[in-house]
Every structure is written in structure tokens, then in C-alpha cells.
Design a protein around this ligand. Structure first.
Ligand code: SAH
Length: 216
């Protein structure tokens, strides 16, 4: 089967039946070539209904989880979006098609470099990369109208709350190191108003305002 057919099938069998409704999200996920974001030996599994290994002990998230998180961000197209946890760059690509500018931070230099190469080759011109501790955010480029964290956190890192614009939305898996729930919070009159969504399991957000390597 062609990659484009596999993508159509992914949208029809994994996303729509599970309740993803935002047409722009469905369109973006029907377009982004997910197979380019995984290594050759597992490329045939790129559109499977699961997370896959991308090296350095990290994973490319399950397509459904990417869709849910993106839909919760309610992107309209004029946002400056911050992503913590570039990983393969797949979620970054989906965001880049739906927001104006994407700022993405990854703590592993090797993953960031690989993602940059893939996204450059795919022709994206609105993505900015940084290697470092994303729990500190990217203060020089703030405020952001959308912030997404693609690693599991004990709570929302304080710097990210500060860097979220008034009316902006942050989506983050919050819980313990082995299981979380997606938290969506909106900044209204300087205060965060949050609601919990689907349970999920992400690799840990390691850093100053995340888990430390020594955390239980
Ligand atoms: N969205 C990515 C998910 C990658 S997994 C994808 O679909 O491919 C989560 C990523 O978060 C990992 O690459 C991990 O290295 C990164 N990460 C964990 N803690 C981080 C931190 N404090 N700052 C930046 N990246 C972090």
C-alpha cells in the first residue's frame, strides 16, 4: 500500500472513530509523512496504532495521542507555539502546518539534529530548534499562544505558565513517572483554568522543573 493510503487509513480507522473532529487536525495528519520520522528498519510500522522507538530511549507518540493533543490546542493559524520534547519531530511537523511559528526544545542533541534534518528536507520553514532543558521554556521568544509538552511531568513547569500568553492554551501529560492524564489549561485573567482529559503514558520530562534523574 502507498504511504498516502496508509495515512488515509490511519485517519479513518484510528482518529475519526475515536472522536477526533477538528478538520484541520485530520487534514494535517493526513498530509504529514510520518514514515520519514522513524528509522528505516521500522518504517513499515510508521502508521501503526502505537508509539515507536526513535532511539536514545525515546518514542514517537501514537498517532491518536498526537491528534488529541493537537486538537486540544485549538490552533487557528496565527499562533506562536512552543513544543517541549521535539523527539522525532513528527508532532512538530503537525504543529507547523497549523500554527504560524513553532519553537521546539529537545534535551537530546542527537534527536534534535535528526529532527531538524527531516523537517528541513520536508520543506518546513517556520520551525525553530533549541537543544536544552525545555522546562525552562524559551523566554526570549515568549509569550506563546500555545504550549505543548510531549513528555510526562509531575506538574506544569512554572516558567511555562509565565511564558503562556493571556488566552493561550497549554497541553501537558501530568501524573507520576509511569502514568499521566492529559491536562489542558487556559490562561484567563492571568490564572490557569484546567481540565483533565485522556489517560496516557509518556516518557518522563527530565529537567529543573520536571523530574530529576534521581526522582523515584
Ligand atoms: N513529540 C515527540 C515525542 C518524543 S518523546 C515525537 O512524537 O516524536 C518526548 C521527548 O521529550 C524525548 O525526545 C525526550 O528526550 C524529550 N524531553 C524530556 N525532557 C525534556 C526536557 N526537559 N526538555 C526538552 N526535551 C525533553
Amino acid at each position: 500500500m502507498e504511504d498516502s493510503e496508509l495515512r488515509d487509513m490511519m485517519v479513518r480507522t484510528q482518529l475519526i472513530p475515536r472522536g477526533i473532529r477538528d478538520k484541520r487536525v485530520l487534514f494535517a495528519m493526513g498530509k504529514v509523512p510520518r514514515h520519514l520520522f522513524v528509522d528505516e528498519p521500522i518504517r513499515h510500522r510508521a502508521y501503526d496504532d502505537c508509539a515507536l522507538s526513535i532511539g536514545d530511549g525515546q518514542t514517537i507518540s501514537q498517532p491518536y495521542m498526537v491528534a488529541v493533543m493537537t486538537e486540544l490546542l485549538e490552533l487557528k493559524g496565527d499562533e506562536r507555539a512552543l513544543e517541549i520534547g521535539t523527539g522525532s519531530g513528527y508532532q512538530t511537523a503537525v504543529l507547523a502546518g497549523l500554527a504560524k511559528e513553532v519553537y521546539t526544545v529537545e534535551r537530546h542533541g542527537s534527536l534534535s539534529m535528526q529532527a531538524m534534518k527531516t523537517l528541513d528536507r520536508a520543506g518546513y520553514g517556520n520551525i525553530h530548534f533549541r537543544v536544552g532543558d525545555g522546562t525552562l521554556g524559551w523566554p526570549e521568544e515568549s509569550p506563546f499562544q500555545a504550549i505543548i509538552i510531549t513528555a510526562g511531568a509531575p506538574e506544569i513547569p512554572k516558567p511555562l505558565i509565565e511564558q503562556l500568553d493571556e488566552g493561550g492554551i497549554i497541553v501537558i501529560p501530568v501524573g507520576d513517572r509511569f502514568g499521566q492524564r492529559l491536562l489542558k489549561a487556559k490562561k484567563l485573567n492571568g490564572e490557569l483554568q484546567g481540565e483533565y482529559h485522556t489517560p496516557c503514558t509518556f516518557v518522563p520530562l527530565l529537567g529543573k522543573y520536571g523530574w530529576t534523574d534521581e526522582s523515584p
